[in-house]
Design a protein around this ligand. Structure first.
Ligand code: ZN
Length: 139
């Protein structure tokens, strides 16, 4: 795989420096059967330093996970060496089964089949509260 270009696949760009590995793990990219390249600390005019992930295959990405980890990233879809689409992610209004509520009295710690749902309550502070008990997500 050429590090500089991919013929068909996805480039996740403008990742906050050092967050590439977190995204790699969260999206379980290690389970793919294609090449995946993580470039860390790439120079960026806009950001100073950034991480980039290149996936040598078209796959469905979980935009909620991406937006939750880093709402500033951009996704480029590459076909035949050309960028055919570019997406911006945003903070998801609701995140399901990505984090768990820490409150021991929360119904989700008793009812195992319940989904873990957190709702965005403050976009600027990136704060999420448990949908059931309103406990604030801890960082
Ligand atoms: Zn809760």
């Amino acid at each position: 795989m050429n590090i500089d270009s991919i013929r068909n696949g996805i480039v996740i760009d403008h990742i906050q420096a050092k967050k590439g590995m977190e995204i790699y793990k969260a999206l379980e990219l290690g389970k793919l059967d294609c090449s995946v390249a993580i470039i860390t600390n790439a120079k960026s005019k806009k950001m100073g330093r950034k991480d980039i992930i290149k996936i040598d295959k078209s796959i469905d990405l979980d935009m909620d996970i991406l937006g939750y980890i880093d709402p500033n990233i951009t996704i480029n879809i590459i076909e035949d060496d050309k960028r055919v689409a570019k997406y911006h992610v945003e903070l998801p209004k609701e995140i399901v089964n990505i984090i768990k509520c820490k409150n021991p009295r929360c119904i989700t710690s008793v009812e195992n089949e319940l989904q873990h749902i957190f709702v965005l309550t403050d976009k600027d502070k990136k704060s999420y509260r448990c949908k059931y008990c309103e406990t604030l997500k801890e960082d």
